[in-house]
Design a protein around this ligand. Structure first.
Ligand code: AR6
Length: 177
């Protein structure tokens, strides 16, 4: 069965799905943007599990993904991944952002989670250019699904603003997924 790929505008924390992906930072201790929204809506059990993870791994590297409970959120689990800070595009940012999407989907499969929702990782406080990030997100997810058929039933791209929504609409319209 082909994977359903959809696009939504709104708040990632409100989505009922197996797993949502958090655009976190290396400390996993929360922050602003979607990270702040997830911890605020999800409650303290998410942070408690992040603290346990950090006590074992030290810090979450850029591109890495880890999984926790989802506290009070309507999803079952949260995957925390650390996107690259945009530094002009010369510091491996594209590859690192692709790795976030790949590792998140691989971790979802490992945990038997078959529906996943992504925010537009790195395009807020980390300033990755939105159009390049949208293209990279769609291409990376598409390639991953082709290479791992039948494992993920649904992918939702969640945009928080009209600009990202329009970019994703344009890119998805030209993409066979
Ligand atoms: N639902 C969906 N998308 C959201 C939400 C929400 N509730 N809130 C914001 N966005 P950002 P980054 C959008 O800054 O660039 C944090 O402090 C937002 O409009 O959340 O990867 C972390 O702790 C933007 O389009 O993540 C890190 O330190 C997108 O989510 C740092 O920010 C990503 O913006 C990570 O920065």
């Amino acid at each position: 069965m082909a994977t359903k790929v959809t696009l939504k505008i709104g708040d990632l924390t409100k989505i009922s799905i197996d797993v949502i992906v958090n655009a976190a930072n290396a400390s996993l201790m929360g922050g602003g943007g979607v990270d702040g929204a997830i911890h605020k809506a999800g409650g303290s059990t998410i942070l408690a599990e992040c603290i346990q993870i950090i006590s074992k791994i030290g810090s979450c590297q850029t591109g890495q993904a880890v999984i926790t409970n989802a506290g009070n959120l309507p999803c079952k689990k949260v995957i925390h991944t650390v996107g690259p800070v945009w530094r002009g595009g010369t510091q491996n940012e594209h590859k690192l952002l692709a790795t976030c999407y790949q590792n998140s989907m691989a971790l979802a499969i490992e945990n038997n989670l078959s529906s996943i929702a992504f925010p537009t990782i790195s395009t807020g406080i980390y300033h990755f250019p939105k159009k390049e990030a949208a293209r990279l997100a769609v291409d990376t997810v598409s390639n991953f699904l082709n290479e791992n058929p039948g494992k993920i039933k649904e992918v939702v791209f969640v945009c928080f603003d009209e600009e990202n929504l329009t970019l994703y609409q344009q890119i998805l319209a030209t993409q066979k997924m």
